[in-house]
Design a protein. Sequence first.
Length: 70
Amino acid sequence: MGVAVWAILMAVFLGYQGFCLLSDDDRWPPITDIFRDVIRYPAGRWVLFGLWLWLGWHLFVRTLVSPFQG
């Protein structure tokens, strides 16, 4: 089930990125442009770094140290 959810999320991410890059309309910015605008400022870099740490903790460390392990 988890693999299917990750596959769907990656397909949506790549589909949106591809749609934005192939579209002639500038209303939809690609994710790379959004990240570039966010990391322009130090506060944005810290927020992205914090989100990266939080995501890594919940995806990898938390699954390895489960309270239900016996």
